[in-house]
Design a protein around this ligand. Structure first.
Ligand code: ATP
Length: 395
C-alpha cells in the first residue's frame, strides 16, 4: 500500500499525501518513468486507487501488488531496507530514502471456512489469478507502475462506465458476506447499483445467511458505510434486508430521518445511531463505550418531565440521545439537545457548605431541587439559585 504523489506526468497517480507510512515511488527518488523501469516491470497499482483515478476521485489508500514474490522483490530493491515481512501473506514493507512502502505479492486464496478470512494457497501467482480473489470488477483493475497501462481481466472498465457493481463469481457473497456491505458502501460513495445477477446472488444469500462469519470485518464495513451518514444507504440496508447480516430479528425503517438528525447534531459514531436501530447487535464485537451507549439507551423509559429528560441524558453519550430520538421519543430528545442541555445550575458543593450544610447525599437532593426550578426558568441568576437553596433549607 502506498500513498501520495502529484506530478503532471500522464501516468502518475494524482493523489495527496495522507499518511507518512506510504508514499509514491516518485517521491523516494525512484521515478519509474525515467529510470530503472525494469525494476518496476512487475509492479501494479490495484483496486481502489485505480478505480478512483478512473473516476476522477482522490484515493485514501494506494495498494501496490508485485506479480511474483514481493518479499524477494523488496530484498532486491537497490537502496531499500526491508523493515517488515508478513511471510504467510507475502507482503513486505520497505524503506527507501527514509520513506516506507507496503508491497503485496500476487496471491491465490480459498475460503476454507466461509465467512472467515481466506487461506492463502499460493504466493507469487500470475496477475490473472490474483484478480480472482477480488470483490467487484471495479476493484479488480490493475495499472502498471512502469507503463501506466490499465489491465482489465473482468470487465471493470465497462462497469465503471455503466456504474455497476458486479461480483466476479457466483460464490462471492457465500465466501465473504462483508462484500454485501462493501457493495452498499460503494453504491453510496459512487452512486453505483448492483448489476441484476449480483443483486439476485445477494438476495439468495440474504434468504439463507450463515451467521458463522467474521463480525469484526462486518463491523468495520458497517462503520465505513454508515459514517458516510446517508439515509439512502440506510433505506437500502433495511429495505433490501442487508441488515439481516447483523440480526435475524425483523426491523422496519424508522420514520425519523437519521441523516438530518446527525447533520444537526453531529456525533462521533454516526454508524452506531444507524445500526443501533436493529437493537440486537449482540454479534458485533463492541467496545465498552459502544456497549454502554446501547445499554444506556435501553435503560431509558418514558420521560415525562423536563427534569426526567435532563437526568436521563445528562451523562449519556450523544449517540444514546439520538437513538432515543429515532426509536422512542424524538421530541424529548430534541428538547434536550436544543434546549435543556444548555442549562446548568451555577451553585456547587462549596456554596452549600457556606450555607451551613455539611457534605452528605442531601447535596444531590438540593441540586436537583434547584435544577427543577432552573429548567422552568433558565434565565435564573446564581443569586436566585442561592435564594432557592436558602428557602429549601428553612423548609
Ligand atoms: P477504499 O477507497 O474504501 O479504501 P478500496 O477498494 O481500496 O476502497 P480496500 O478495503 O482498501 O478498499 O481494499 C483494497 C482492495 O482489496 C479492493 O479494491 C479489492 O480489490 C480488495 N478487497 C478488499 N476487501 C475485499 C473483500 N472483502 N473481498 C475481495 N476483495 C477485497
Amino acid at each position: 500500500m502506498l500513498k501520495e504523489n502529484n506530478n503532471n506526468n500522464d501516468n502518475a497517480i494524482p493523489h495527496q499525501v495522507r499518511n507518512d507510512l506510504v508514499f509514491n515511488f516518485c517521491h523516494c527518488g525512484l521515478d519509474p518513468q525515467s529510470h530503472n523501469r525494469e525494476i518496476y516491470h512487475n509492479l501494479y497499482y490495484v483496486g481502489g486507487v485505480v478505480r478512483d483515478e478512473l473516476l476522477g476521485l482522490e484515493s485514501i489508500d494506494v495498494d501496490v501488488v508485485y506479480e511474483g514474490n514481493a518479499i524477494a522483490f523488496g530484498r532486491s530493491l537497490p537502496n531499500a531496507e526491508v523493515i517488515q515481512i508478513n511471510e504467510p501473506f507475502g507482503t513486505v514493507r520497505v524503506k527507501i530514502n527514509g520513506r516506507e512502502i507496503d508491497i503485496a505479492s500476487t496471491r491465490e486464496e480459498v475460503y476454507e471456512r466461509k465467512g472467515h478470512l481466506p487461506t492463502v494457497t499460493k504466493i507469487g501467482c500470475t496477475l490473472k489469478d490474483d484478480v480472482k480473489r477480488r470483490d467487484f470488477t471495479i476493484n479488480a483493475l490493475y495499472k502498471s507502475v512502469a507503463t501506466g497501462e490499465i489491465i482489465d481481466y473482468t470487465g471493470g472498465l465497462e462497469d465503471l462506465k455503466t456504474k455497476k457493481l458486479r461480483v466476479l463469481h457466483d460464490e462471492s457473497f457465500i465466501d465473504d458476506p462483508t462484500r454485501i456491505l462493501r457493495a452498499l458502501k460503494f453504491s453510496v460513495r459512487f452512486g453505483f447499483t448492483l448489476d441484476a445477477h449480483t443483486k439476485n446472488l445477494q438476495d439468495e444469500y440474504l434468504k439463507n445467511i450463515n451467521y458463522d462469519m467474521c463480525y469484526k470485518r462486518i463491523k468495520k464495513e458497517l462503520i465505513e458505510t454508515f459514517n458516510l451518514n446517508s439515509y439512502n444507504a440506510f433505506e437500502k440496508f433495511i429495505n433490501d434486508g442487508v441488515y439481516k447480516l447483523v440480526t435475524p430479528c425483523n426491523t422496519i425503517l424508522p420514520s425519523v430521518n437519521i441523516e438530518n438528525l446527525i447533520r444537526r447534531h453531529s456525533v462521533e459514531r454516526p454508524w452506531l445511531v444507524y445500526v443501533g436501530v436493529l437493537r440486537d447487535l449482540s454479534r458485533l464485537p463492541l467496545t465498552k463505550t459502544e456497549q454502554k451507549i446501547l445499554d444506556d439507551f435501553n435503560a431509558i423509559g418514558e420521560l415525562k418531565s423536563d427534569f426526567e429528560i435532563y437526568k436521563a441524558f445528562e451523562k449519556a453519550q450523544p449517540e444514546t440521545v439520538l437513538l432515543y430520538a429515532v426509536l422512542k421519543n424524538e421530541n424529548a430528545a430534541l428538547k434536550y439537545l436544543d434546549k435543556l442541555s444548555k442549562i446548568k445550575i451555577s451553585i456547587n458543593g462549596k456554596d452549600l457548605q457556606e450555607l451551613g450544610l455539611a457534605p452528605s447525599p442531601k447535596y444531590q437532593e438540593v441540586f436537583d431541587y434547584v435544577l427543577v426550578r432552573k429548567l422552568a426558568n433558565p434565565v435564573m441568576s446564581r443569586q436566585d439559585e442561592l435564594e432557592i437553596v436558602r428557602h429549601y433549607l428553612i423548609d
